[in-house]
Ligand binder design. Sequence first.
Ligand code: E4P
Length: 216
Amino acid sequence: MKFFADTAEIAEIRDLAATGLLDGVTTNPSLVQKSGRDFVEVLREITEVCSGPVSAEVVALDYEGMMAQAEKLRRVADNIAIKVPLTPDGLKTCKTLSSDGTMVNVTLCFSPAQALLAAKAGATFISPFVGRLDDIGSNGMDLISDIRMIYDNYDFGTEILVASVRSPMHVVEAAKMGADVMTAPPKIIHQLFKHPLTDAGLAAFLKDWEATGQQI
Ligand code: E4P
């Protein structure tokens, strides 16, 4: 399973890249706003640190506008994946860009039917937002298993990119279901390391080692 970092904070991305765990990055307009940085400038820096897919989202709502913005964004680096919303114009843009060899991430997916449409439009990635479904009392992970079944039934090459990840259990469940990618805030990726028995075991080993009086 590939790990993408869901952030536009360059320091966090550098930190994760150093662990060898980083396979890509996703950004969205809210994350760019939070970073307080110029979009193109921050994208350029991210692509210098991460050689995997870096998602950059268009904000136009019509096909012509999305295509014009995608042109500018994909010029930043070869590893930019253009992020388009799951709308008719978004999928039309997806079809044009993917036929041209550009990676496309179709975002804001909340149903299996939408995921089917994105795959038919040639999406490289489909981004189902599990956390936002949980927020409204649905089960976000059910959507992942439905999409996995549909994509496997028809051998679609579109990768399932689990988004809106809010906890380590979302990551584990997604991996059990065979999702291809998950994107999470760096904080969640760091939480994956944590187990109280690891901390307790390490403390006990260090205490016993100190008692031997030896050094390595
Ligand atoms: C994915 O590409 C999105 O940027 C992200 O996962 C949305 O997460 P949120 O629902 O926590 O904002």
